[in-house]
Design a protein around this ligand. Structure first.
Ligand code: SF4
Length: 242
């Protein structure tokens, strides 16, 4: 754990220089960071996060823009016809299911919270369709509260780099909250997602362009060994041919 703590600041400083040189989250490039550049409305952050599940950023951005152009508040979405919501959010995957979900969550926000998105983690988790990642996204991007939203990119990058040894994003989030200094919490999601899409990709990570090979657990245990095996195989073939 101590080694992970020593390492994490160097990693975040490096990624920050690469992806967020101003240090301003409003200049981020993930779908949520872009949305926050336009509005700090926690309700829109919540709805966009629900729409973003299992969907590419570009599709989330299109669906959110179409939806909010017509319905932008809990009462408007709760009062909208489901077929109309489906039509507006059609670019995202599972749009029929998500149309029902955003209608439900809007109704609960109206009935239990007077139309305002609650600001506590526990109250957010009590809403339908809100799990730990969505609750943290709302706290970070909607309220500017320091939390660490952990999706599959954040989970994969954290485990490859040896910051966590976990099987699921929820467990990774808890480990990251112990090893990452609080001053960095707001930035982890944006930085790890960008790094995870750009370099540390799920399949075929671009390790040759990465600054962390010296201590990356995945590189040491998988990539470097594969390289050694390939070199041995080449030598064996050369000898057989010669
Ligand atoms: S060395 Fe490769 S696997 Fe490790 S963090 Fe960098 S890109 Fe990812």
């Amino acid at each position: 754990m101590a080694r992970a703590r020593d390492r994490v600041e160097a990693i975040l400083e490096d990624l920050s220089r690469r992806y967020l040189p101003s240090g301003d989250l409003h200049e981020g490039e993930t779908a949520l960071a872009k949305l926050v550049a336009e509005t700090d409305d926690p309700f829109r952050v919540l709805i966009s996060t629900v729409l973003s599940q299992r969907t590419r950023d570009e599709m989330t951005e299109r669906a959110s823009a179409q939806l909010f152009a017509k319905y932008a508040t809990p009462s408007e979405i709760a009062g909208a016809r489901t077929e109309d919501l489906e039509r507006l959010i059609r670019p995202v995957g599972f749009y029929r299911q998500k149309a029902r979900q955003i209608g439900n969550v809007s109704r609960v926000i109206l009935e239990r919270h007077g139309g305002a998105v609650p600001r506590s983690y526990e109250a957010l988790l009590d809403l339908p369709q809100v799990g730990p990642k969505t609750a943290n996204c709302v706290l970070v991007y909607g309220f500017g509260e320091p939390r660490i939203p952990t999706d599959t990119h954040v989970h994969r990058v954290s485990n490859r780099l040896g910051l966590a040894r976990t099987k699921a994003p929820e467990a990774t989030e808890r480990v990251l909250m112990r090893v990452v200094p609080k001053a960095w919490w707001l930035h982890v999601n944006e930085l790890f997602i960008r790094f995870g899409k750009d370099i540390c990709r799920p399949v075929g990570p671009r390790c040759e362009s990465c600054s962390f090979t010296a201590f990356c657990r995945h590189y040491r245990t998988v990539v470097a060994k594969r390289g050694t095996r390939a070199a041995r195989e080449r030598t064996r073939r050369d000898r057989a041919a010669g």
